[in-house]
Design a protein around this ligand. Structure first.
Ligand code: PLP
Ligand code: COI
Length: 354
């Protein structure tokens, strides 16, 4: 794909941009290297000034903390082109704060919020030709991450760290876009009680690979993970759950071992303030699934992905007819993406213009 990327010109209301010649409408969620990425190094107790670089490769010591003991965490956010041609980010300060929480739990130095926001701005400006145009259905996925780059041998935090941010134009995370997903209840647990489920550490994703493989082999898109007592619904490998009751209440699982999704926290507010819905964040039992009228996944990559069927040990639970997107999930999707792409006015501080 990359060899074929040539600059072409796109017109928007406010500016002329030389966009890369990418088939935006048919992008999947995959890595396409762009021109530049941001790098900063932590050494002797402090971060250096940071800079944009062109090299997409990383050279580190063979005994780096990340390679031996998985000392790494990351974030995921997106840049969008709005209807009036601006390039915006959705609540990037929340990603900055969550990255700090992940770093604290992994005994890594955190990257200050203001510097995080500055790095993202620099990255998006340097790669603006890769920001998909408004209405294309694609967005620019931004991946900040911190890892132990200094050598260690005994189990201990590394002595040096690297913060990097790269980006990649992406389409839908799940094949088929808004086609309702088929999930299965996993026999594996994603996170231990009092473990690392609430942070975005690479270790959680490494642990989910085998379970994800089992689900894919069985013909499902993703796993529904339960808590360690196998009673309560947790989340999937890369998104939180939302459910709609038959009387229209939006319900989302509350658990100390799931990732606090920025999309989910935003949606709960959008449901209340924009759609005047009742909302509940509470422990949700697996046995309640049959009571829900609609189900969906939410996250930066997943946006809102409708769920059609969940395979449980007691048979399949289907939401609606299992193949159409329900009315409430549709309304939530339209409202959230309307805010993200500038079609609807956003709550104060939610939209950061690059
Ligand atoms: N849960 C997991 C395990 C994730 O990896 C993600 C993605 O970041 C989410 C939930 C959704 O979080 P957010 O809405 O902040 O992207
Ligand atoms: C995101 O939504 O940003 C994530 O990090 C999920 C990941 C599994 C792609």
């Amino acid at each position: 794909i990359v060899d074929k990327i040539l600059p072409i010109r796109y017109e928007s209301k406010d500016m002329m941009m030389a966009k890369k010649n990418i088939d935006w409408a048919h992008l999947s969620f995959g890595y396409i290297p762009t021109d530049s990425r941001y790098v900063s190094y932590w050494k002797n107790g402090q971060w250096d000034d940071g800079q944009m670089v062109n090299d997409s490769t990383v050279t580190i010591n063979e005994s780096a903390g990340v390679l031996q003991y998985a000392q790494t965490c990351f974030e995921g956010l997106k840049a969008y082109t709005t209807e009036d041609g601006r390039v915006v980010l959705f609540r990037p300060d929340m990603n900055a704060r969550r990255l700090m929480d992940s770093c604290d739990r992994l005994l890594m130095p955190s990257f200050p919020v203001e510097r995080f926001l500055d790095a993202i701005d620099k990255l998006v400006i340097a790669n603006q030709d890769y920001v998909p145009p408004y209405g294309s259905g694609a967005s620019l996925y931004i991946r900040p991450y911190i890892f132990g780059s200094g050598p260690i041998l005994g189990v201990a935090p590394a002595s040096e760290y690297t913060f990097r941010v790269f980006c990649s134009p992406v389409g839908p995370y799940f094949k088929g876009g808004m086609k309702p997903l088929r999930l299965m209840v996993s026999n594996f647990d994603r996170a231990a009680p009092r473990g690392s489920g609430h942070i975005k550490g690479g270790l959680n994703y490494a642990m989910s690979l085998y379970a994800g493989h089992v689900a894919h082999e069985a013909g499902y898109s993703e796993n529904l993970y339960l808590d360690s007592t196998r009673t309560y619904i947790e989340e999937t490998g890369g998104a939180n759950f939302i459910f709609v009751t038959k009387d229209g209440t939006l319900v989302t699982p509350k658990s100390p071992t799931i990732l606090p999704s920025i999309t989910r926290r935003s949606l709960m507010q959008v449901a209340k303030d924009y759609l005047h819905m009742e909302t509940e964040e509470r422990p949700v039992k697996l046995t309640e699934l049959k009571n829900f009228a609609e189900a969906g996944l939410c996250g930066t990559a997943a946006v809102i992905s409708p769920v059609g069927t969940i395979h449980t040990h007691d048979g399949d639970i289907t939401f609606g007819d299992g193949i159409s997107v329900g009315p409430v999930v549709t309304k939530l999707y339209d409202t959230l993406t309307g805010i993200q792409m500038g079609r609807l006015s956003a709550p104060g501080g939610w939209i950061h213009q690059v």
